[in-house]
Design a protein around this ligand. Structure first.
Ligand code: SAM
Length: 327
């Protein structure tokens, strides 16, 4: 079993398969282009599969594929199929902007992928374009519908709530959850934006969101499915619609964290907010054995921070934005 220095067991590995993205979300991608990794520096599928097997051997049972935008990496179904067939993987999920989902949904379902999370910050066409840089709302909504039809049901819809950007859409998104059966998860805006526009004042806290959402109907808490689940879950009292809130800023949940992250260029990050990451790909390319790899991963896991320090006055941003860390 993989345990950190604080006794937390690692069960969940997030794997970024690319640092490239077809969207330019203002809070995720820098306005001025960030250094992208050349193809040779990106983990091959064989390397990802080897690492995934080692992590599963060490007790990880949940894998999430992310990026950048994972669906733009070539031959992704090959990777998903291989990961889904590793004995011990109970949950294989992927986060996507859904731009290509209508075309790819069936193919993704056929790989054995269990779950999909879609990022969607506005239900208004103009605003969607302003946030992402792409006029893609119709495509995304259609992609979500097709994915539901092929059996990804429900889909989790991640909405990063930013004051004065999209917080006036909280109720619209709650209605969307009630109408479609998808689970909308509101994420507090985190200081990971490449252009450092984050400010406490732009964070809409869980408490405020809950207060505003009760305008529709009373919300009742739902128990977590497992202890390290990131979202606080609620259902409307009339039985229509589930929402989640990921309160990373106002109610941090680091004490229950069970995650490690692997960047597309093969760096292991113990935490989203880690200031340090560890080059596991070079260790592999130098020809290490699986035993050596296990020792290295165990050593890095011991360096996992107790928690993030967003709320410290001396907080410093990680070097990269979410698009290159892997969200
Ligand atoms: N391209 C995929 C997508 O759009 O879902 C996967 C990668 S994206 C980096 C993963 C998630 O990170 C998205 O839901 C995005 O909204 C979220 N994210 C990025 N920057 C963030 C920030 N500063 N605060 C909160 N969430 C953020």
């Amino acid at each position: 079993m993989l345990q950190d220095a604080y006794g937390r067991t690692i069960r969940d590995l997030r794997i970024s398969v690319t640092d490239r993205c077809n969207y330019r979300c203002f809070y995720c991608k820098p306005v001025h282009s960030q250094k992208l990794t050349y193809r040779a520096g990106i983990m091959t599928y064989e390397e990802i599969i080897r690492l995934a097997n080692v992590f599963v051997h060490l007790g990880v049972n949940k894998l999430r594929i992310t990026g950048g935008e994972p669906t733009i990496r070539r031959e992704l179904p090959f990777l998903l199929k291989e990961l889904a067939s590793i004995p011990g993987v109970d949950d294989l999920a992927m986060t996507t902007n859904a731009h290509f989902l209508a075309k790819q949904a069936q193919m993704l379902k056929d790989t054995g992928l269990h779950r999909l999370t879609v990022s969607l910050d506005s239900l208004r066409q103009d605003r969607f374009k302003e946030v992402t840089g792409v006029d893609g709302l119709k495509k995304v909504l259609h992609g979500i519908e097709v994915a539901q039809q092929v059996g990804f049901d429900p889909i989790k819809i991640n909405v990063v709530v930013i004051r004065d950007v999209n917080d006036d859409e909280l109720l619209d998104f709650a209605h969307y959850a009630r109408e479609t059966g998808n689970i909308v998860r509101f994420i507090e805006f985190m200081p990971l934006d490449a252009d450092k526009q984050w400010d406490h004042k732009r964070v809409v806290t869980q408490a405020e969101m809950l207060q505003r959402l009760q305008e529709i109907e009373t919300l009742e808490p739902i128990n977590r499915s497992y202890t390290s689940e990131t979202a606080n879950k609620f259902r409307f009292a009339d039985g229509k619609g589930e929402i989640g809130i990921i309160a990373s800023v106002s109610a941090m949940f680091c004490g229950q964290c069970s995650r490690m992250r692997l960047t597309a260029d093969g760096k292991l990050r113990p935490c989203l907010f880690s200031e340090k990451e560890y080059d596991i790909l070079s260790v592999m390319r130098a020809g290490c054995s699986d035993e050596e790899l296990i020792d290295k991963i165990a050593e890095i896991t011991k360096l996992k921070e107790a928690g993030h320090r967003i709320n410290d006055p001396n907080y410093t941003y990680p070097e990269q934005s979410m698009s290159s860390i892997g969200g």
